[in-house]
Ligand binder design. Structure first.
Ligand SMILES: C[S@@+](CC[C@H](N)C(=O)[O-])C[C@H]1O[C@@H](n2cnc3c(N)ncnc32)[C@H](O)[C@@H]1O
Length: 276
């Protein structure tokens, strides 16, 4: 088994520890304290061997976590009974937003899923409504994996991919969107974060520049595209993006400020929501 890029480990743990600092909603049946218990002992060790400064990530995490939490609450209120959280990491959404009749599927790499299962067992929290699913989105077919995990493609699903696509190869993002569409009954929603660069730049150049500047060329980031390229990908894989043409409606946070080809640019994390 190849060893995971330690920067991906660090980023996952920064996200998990950061989330545990945020005020987040919980349902009547949910467990508002599950998140803190779940991340016990994580340290988000950086390249210098020291724990990362979590506070730096909160401005990015807070609007993102809130956006996705609200989508889950709306879906539950609308009667959706399946929530699939892709690249869930140590997110505790399934526990905080527990609701009778709603099944959560948390997908991540096998090692993370195994560790999350151990941690959940140690917390003693009720996980009867949660299915943990091991998947490598580089090699596995997400539609097959979901079918095997008991996901029901006849009923609408809320699919979440929060801070995932950036870490997948562009071809794997395309396969993911197509595979999810295969599992999406009418009325399903896909919400994901998409890293967006200005339209007139080459995506490979942007990714390699961000990688060099931020991570000394050893980074785990792979997919940053123009908004038009993202919209085209959604359309090609069958998804209809809400408010695709309305620039005023773009929900986003600023992520990286870098200079690419002598030009300072802002890379945004946009929150895209699409229906099947
Ligand atoms: C930056 S973390 C985000 C975690 C969580 N969604 C959040 O927002 O806090 C990205 C997650 O995607 C997962 N991931 C990356 N590559 C993956 C792959 N090939 N297959 C499955 N999951 C993957 C990582 O293991 C990690 O937990």
């Amino acid at each position: 088994m190849t060893r995971e890029n330690p920067l991906l480990t660090m980023i996952r743990e920064v996200c998990a520890l950061g989330r545990a600092e945020l005020e987040r909603p919980s349902t009547a049946e949910g467990d508002p304290d599950a998140g803190r218990a779940l991340v016990q002992g994580l340290r988000a060790i950086g390249p210098d061997g020291e724990p990362s400064d979590i506070s730096l990530s909160l401005a990015l995490l807070a609007p993102r976590a809130a956006y996705f939490d609200q989508l889950v609450l709306h879906a539950i209120a609308a009667g959706v009974t399946q929530v699939v959280n892709l690249g869930a990491g140590y997110d505790d959404r399934a526990l905080r937003l527990r609701h009778s009749g709603v099944r959560f599927f948390d997908l991540d790499l096998p090692g993370i899923v195994a560790d999350k299962a151990r941690r959940l067992q140690a917390t003693g929290t009720d996980t009867g409504h949660l299915t943990l699913v091991a998947v490598d989105l580089h090699t596995d077919d997400v539609a097959e994996v979901l079918a095997r995990a008991g996901h029901d493609a006849h009923w609408p699903t809320l699919f979440l991919a929060e801070h995932l696509a950036l870490f997948l190869q562009p071809g794997d993002v395309a396969s993911l969107l197509a595979g999810l569409f295969d599992r999406a009954a009418a009325g399903s929603t896909l919400a994901m974060t998409a890293e967006v660069h200005p339209a007139d730049l080459d995506s490979d150049l942007v990714v390699s520049t961000v990688d060099d500047v931020m991570f000394g060329g050893a980074g785990p980031l792979h997919t940053i595209q123009s908004r038009d390229a993202w919209l085209a990908l959604f359309a090609k894989t069958g998804w209809r993006v809400d408010n695709a043409d309305d620039a005023d409606e773009v929900a986003a946070v600023d992520h990286f400020h870098v200079t690419v080809a002598d030009r300072p640019i802002q890379i945004q994390t946009q929150f895209l929501t699409a229906t099947a």
